[in-house]
Structures are given as structure tokens and as C-alpha cells.
Ligand binder design. Structure first.
Ligand code: LRH
Ligand code: MN
Length: 426
């Protein structure tokens, strides 16, 4: 199903006048507060979030999976779905592949298809947390940290293979997340595991093309429930420094123990020039991989406030990679991703409205109440007309979920793909 400009225009008809009046009144308020709306719109239009290739079908848990009809059953259909999301939202101009779940069969076809949707290939992800049919050595007891050198070598070789695949697609970064760890005290020697991991990562790092980045993703637990080798930002930061200038820390929002101050971690990593990027999602308890902004939207705003400050004051940190990493257990995967994209753009737009100059003055003056007033003034601003305008300016849908439904896109996909097509991934 190709989403044409005419179909989008038809879907926008119903909400056009309401959008215009809401946008005009917001624009008047913001310019009266001295805000440069065109600058905010420009940043929103340049802001592109990568869609995870492993989250375009229904996700599941160990207690089961409820499939979703019309799922993409091959990489071509996944690229088409990302294309759909990008046409509607104008902020999903990239896809992040997970290998071996999504190995291209024909590179030129996939590259041409992605280009036809204005989509680029963001970070490629390796997978050393599952054994493959033809695996010589097992990852049951770890991969880069395994006491068994054959497993370590196999895992290093896999990561180097993933770099080659990404390089053929034009990707410029590799994300390494390790399930490595232990389930019981005494099961592993923490120092040996970390030493093996550092040596293995350094070997992978040496295979990186000159203009590539290595993202080291941390996680406190799951699938191991006593220890995880790369358990927190400090361990990832240490390993990134040990590897070199092209290695960075990747922050998955769901990979923190309850009530962790993630915006402070983001600030520290940016000050040290080691924040590589994000896996956006939301959670109430563990690595729940829920829709972004569905549980803790204020926390997401505070993270973007730290990001906006860092992007203005830390030239030592490269422009971060923006990626979603979520799992859709009950929602239509495409609607879930549209809601996540909206929540990310909303948090960014609100953070762009924070008067950083006034805030710095109030902080220096230790005017605690004023600091909160300045932050919450921005947070309490309904920025949705700005997001609608950014989409409209680029040929997108004013209200993507309504357009997705009024154009019966899911019904179309089921007609084309059948009721039982299943997507690879989590
Ligand atoms: C681990 C993780 C990692 C991916 C996987 C799909 O929890 O966040 O980023 O490889 O999910
Ligand atoms: Mn992740």
C-alpha cells in the first residue's frame, strides 16, 4: 500500500481548520514570550528517529504472544511499514536493523526501496544473546565474556560480520548489547568476565570503518537475574573509554533500576563527550518496552531538557542517535510506534521552549522555586500544534493516528499480507 500525497491531503481535510486556529494562537503566545518558532519548527523537521526492524510485529513475553494481523513477514515489507510511518509522521526517516533477524537478501533492492521512502539505515544491532542453528559454540554462558574462547571468538566474528552488512547498507554505527551475566552468586568471576568483554570489544572496535561509531548498551538485569557484565552507564562508559574515540554509551530508557535519575546520566555522558544515542521506550517496573511517554512523560521531558542543554553547550559530544526500542504486546505495532514518535517529538519541542538563559540565572541565584517555574512553564505548554505544523510542512498527516484509521491502513495490510503473516524479531 503506497501512501500518496492525495491520500494524506484527504485525511488532513477534517483537521486542517482546527489545526490552523490552534497553531495561530500558540504562535502568538510563544512570540509574545520571545520564542523563535521557526527555529523550533526547523529543529523538529530535522529530527529523525530510527524505527527498530524488530518491533514492526506483535511482541510477547514468556507468558505468550498475541499476533497482529497483516504483520510484515520479510524485510521489504518492514521497510514499507517504516515508509508508511515516515510518510504519516515525517519523523521516522531511518530504520535500525537487527542481525540475523533482518539480513538483506538483495542489498540493492533493499537500498532502493529504503531510498524510495526517504529512509536511511541507522545503527545495526548484533545478536549474541541467542544461539543460531549453525552456531559452533553456544552463548548460554555468555558471548564476549564467555570463559570459553571459542564462544568469544564466534561472538567477535559475528559483530564484525554485522559491521560488514551495515557498511553495505550505508549504516554508520554498530550497537552491542550483551545479555552476558550470571543467575547465581559464585557462578562467574566478575573480573574475568569484564576483562574478556573489554578485550573482545577492543577487537570489534579495531574492525570499525574510520567514520563509524560503536554504541555500547548497558542493562542492569534480564535475561540474567544475579549479575550483568555491562550493568550500568559507568561500566559502558569505562568500556567505551577503553576502546577509543569512536566508542560511546547507548542509553535504553528501560535499562535502569526504578527511580534512577536518567537525565543526570545523560548530562554526565554529554559533558564527557560519550553519549552515543538512545533506545526510547517507557516502563513502570522493569525493561517493559512500553510506548514512549505512556507512563513517565515528565521524566522524558527532563531527559530532553538535559539533551537540549548538552546539544547547545557540549560540542565535544556528537549529535546523538535517536532510536526506538519497544515491544507491542497488545497495540497495533504501527499505532504504537506513531504514539511513541509523537511523545518523543513532544518532549523535544517542550524542552526547546525552556528558557535556558533565565534558568541559568535562577540556578546561579539559587532561586529554586523560579527554576521549577521556568521548567514547568515549558512542560505545561501544549506543543501539539507545533508538531502538526512540522508534519504539515513536510507533507505529513496533521493527526497521524486519525489518518492511519481513516485510511484503513491496517485493513489494507491484512488484505495484502493475509491474517497470519508473522514478523521476525522479539
Ligand atoms: C535488550 C535490548 C537491546 C536489543 C533488544 C532487542 O533488552 O534493549 O537493545 O538488542 O532489546
Ligand atoms: Mn535496547
Amino acid at each position: 500500500m503506497k501512501l500518496t500525497d492525495n491520500l494524506i491531503a484527504a485525511a488532513n481535510k477534517a483537521s486542517h481548520s482546527k489545526h490552523k486556529s490552534r497553531f495561530d494562537s500558540l504562535a502568538e503566545i510563544l512570540s509574545s514570550e520571545g520564542k523563535d518558532i521557526d527555529k523550533v519548527l526547523e529543529k523538529l523537521e530535522d529530527f529523525q528517529v530510527a524505527i527498530p526492524s524488530w518491533a514492526l510485529g506483535a511482541g510477547g513475553t514468556r507468558f505468550g504472544r498475541f499476533g497482529f494481523k497483516g504483520e510484515p513477514s520479510n524485510l521489504e515489507q518492514k521497510i514499507d511499514d517504516v515508509g508508511m510511518l515516515h510518510k504519516l509522521t515525517q519523523t521516522a526517516g531511518a530504520v535500525s536493523l537487527h542481525i540475523p533477524w533482518d539480513v538483506p537478501q538483495d542489498y540493492n533492492t533493499i537500498k532502493e526501496l529504503a531510498a524510495s521512502h526517504d529512509i536511511i539505515f541507522d545503527a545495526v544491532n548484533s545478536n549474541t544473546f541467542q544461539d543460531q542453528k549453525d552456531s559452533r559454540a553456544s552463548y548460554k554462558h555468555g558471548s564476549l565474556s564467555n570463559t570459553n574462547k571459542t564462544s568469544r571468538d564466534q561472538a567477535v566474528a559475528h559483530n564484525i560480520e554485522v559491521i560488514k552488512i551495515g557498511d553495505k547498507l550505508g549504516s554508520k554505527s554498530l550497537t552491542v548489547w550483551l545479555a552476558d551475566g550470571s543467575n547465581f552468586p559464585g557462578q562467574t568471576n566478575f573480573q574475568h568476565a569484564l576483562q574478556h568483554t573489554e578485550e573482545s570489544l577492543k577487537t570489534i572496535y579495531k574492525a570499525l570503518p574510520e567514520d563509524w561509531k560503536l554504541f555500547i548498551e548497558y542493562k542492569p538485569y534480564e535475561p540474567n537475574f544475579y549479575s550483568t557484565v555491562i550493568q550500568d552507564w559507568g561500566t559502558s562508559f569505562m568500556l567505551a573509554n577503553a576502546c577509543g574515540d569512536k566508542a560511546y554509551t547507548l542509553v535504553d530508557l528501560g535499562h535502569h533500576l526504578p527511580n534512577t535519575n536518567i537525565e543526570q546520566i545523560v548530562s554526565t555522558l554529554m559533558m564527557k563527550g560519550k553519549l552515543g544515542g538512545f533506545h526510547f521506550n517507557d516502563s513502570k517496573y522493569g525493561d517493559d518496552d512500553l510506548t514512549v511517554g505512556s507512563v513517565k512523560p515528565y521524566a522524558l521531558f527532563l531527559i530532553f531538557n538535559a539533551l537540549v542543554y548538552g546539544m547547545e553547550n557540549n560540542p565535544q559530544n556528537p549529535y546523538p542517535a535517536w532510536m526506538i526500542d519497544a515491544s507491542h504486546n497488545i497495540k497495533d505495532p504501527l499505532e504504537d510506534l506513531i504514539q511513541s514518535l509523537e511523545a518523543i517529538q513532544e518532549a523535544y519541542a517542550k524542552a526547546l521552549l525552556v528558557d535556558q538563559t533565565q534558568l541559568a540565572v535562577a540556578q546561579e541565584a539559587q532561586d529554586v522555586v523560579k527554576c521549577q517555574e521556568i521548567l514547568q512553564q515549558a512542560y505545561r505548554t501544549d506543543v501539539r500544534p507545533l508538531l502538526e505544523k512540522a508534519r504539515l510542512n513536510q507533507g505529513g498527516a496533521i493527526r497521524p493516528i486519525e489518518a492511519y484509521r481513516s485510511l484503513s491502513i491496517r485493513k489494507q495490510l491484512i488484505k495484502e499480507r493475509g491474517e497470519h503473516s508473522v514478523a521476525s524479531g522479539l
